[in-house]
Write a protein that binds this ligand. Sequence first.
Ligand code: PMP
Length: 359
Amino acid sequence: STPSADAGTTPAGVRAAVRDVPAYPFTPLDVPIKLDQNENPYDFPADLKAEALARMAARPWNRYPDLHADTLRERIAAFEDWEAAGVVVTPGSNVLIKLLTELGGIGQTVLTVNPTFSVYTLEAQLLGAELVQVPLNADFSLPVEALKAELAAREPGVLYITQPHAPTGHVDAEQDIRALIDAARGWIVVLDEAYYQYSAQDHRDLIRANPHCLSLRTFSKAWGLAGLRLGYALAHPELAGQLQKLVPAFNVSVLAQTALEVALENPAYVQQRVAEGLRERARVLEALAAHPTLEALPSQSNFFLLRSPDAGATYTHLLSRGIVVRRQDRLHLLEGCLRVAIGTPAENDALLAALAELA
Ligand code: PMP
């Protein structure tokens, strides 16, 4: 992840902020059991895939798609009980994080916690925002008073809060989220709800009541459509309109739009999978509670942190059994921690069997 093999050939026109940031640190591994990206372990249902493919074949590929994916925005709005003018769609919510950092971070402040989802800090650095990270409390709860102090001391920018939090899976009290939103008038408050289906939390009412806030959601997790690249924001139409100005024209392909239409017409599979994911999370955490050396931390998401006396050795052992997880042990508060996604029951059995060998 070095910036380039030969920094001497980097043209002087490349901004220093970009040149000095390492490339996104992710190495895909070809391993049978992938528990490293918090994906859905199941593909889109085969009958729905066939329907999506048939509709794709029937649509023209030589024509540009909807300028701003308006049909899709209307359908998402109907699904979410939201105004279509308050929905913004992009290829993955990662893109929205970049655009929100453009909207309120460039030349201003990006405020978040530490540890946090790496894309907030990466985009702040790439785009030249002042990045301020407040350490999470030791119990992984939000440092509400310290964040309020930063909000009061600085000119407005963007505040990123993740609920459930990533990478801890922690959910904060509604009153704490509310207190931050109240203290952040003038700021753009982003509530990243990428994993909300696994937490029984839904902050749409708070967003509705606060035109400076928005919810980021994705089709990559509970919907099992990470490969399609589709994410969206729910906001007040005014804030959504400002954000929409930054969205590149025609940025959601006709293929992705078509597949998502089929998913939104048939959402029942999502609930079934989330229900299984929650059952499996409970089963895995309960099984690991008896482990003599490993500690599985509680989570309200589709992943959990596994604390081990030697994270590197545990990671390597799992890899030798065909299972890949994510190391998080260099992050603040996460000493010894690996992040493990909940897989299918068979994958979780394999994980538990491999971890039992470490007992
Ligand atoms: N937010 C959080 C907290 C995430 O963990 C992820 C996925 N790793 C995303 C946003 C981005 O998801 P996508 O771009 O696939 O919508």
